[in-house]
Ligand binder design. Sequence first.
Ligand SMILES: [Zn+2]
Length: 182
Amino acid sequence: MTFQARTWHGEAASPLEYVIYVSGEFLTSSGNVIGMGGPRFKFFNSTTDYGLYGHIVMSDGALNSYGLAHEAGHCLFGRFLNSNQNSFTINDPSNPGSDHSNNPQNLMFPTIPNENPQIVSSQCSTARQSKIVLQNASNSRGRIIKNNLTTMKKLNARIIAKMRFMKKDTLRPPVKRRRKLA
Ligand SMILES: [Zn+2]
C-alpha cells in the first residue's frame, strides 16, 4: 500500500486541505467506498474564532471522478449553526438534518454522479463562508495565537465519531450499454 499526501490550494505553512491517496480501487477490501472527507479543527477559541482544515482520504478508484469535489464539499460544510459550541455540524445545507443531498444529480448525493453534478446556492454560500476558505484571510499567515486545546480535541473527536455513521461515498457505475436481444 502506498500513501501520497498533497496539500491543496494552500501554502506549505498552512494548508487548507490534506488529501491522502491510498492505492487500490476502494478504501476497504470488502466494499466500494472510494473516499472520506471532513473538516478538522486547527484551533478553537469560540464559535466565531476558530480554524478548520479539510481531511480527505481517497482511493485510486476515485481518480477522474467527482470524488474529490464531493469530499471537499463535506469539509467545506463544517460550521457552527449558532453560538453554542455543540452546534457544530457538517450537514448538507440543502438538506437539513442530513449529511448528503437526496437529489441523485447533486454533487453531494452519496452515490456520486459521474457527469454534470449539480450544486445549489445554499451549498455554495455555506462553502464560501467556511473557515477553510476564510481563515487564511483573517489570520496573519495562519499563525495560531490562542487555542483552547481541550475543546478543540473534543470537537475533532465528535466529527470523527459522526463520520463513522455517515452513509459511505461510492461512485455511480458507468451506464451499461443495452444488451442485444437474442
Ligand atoms: Zn459523501
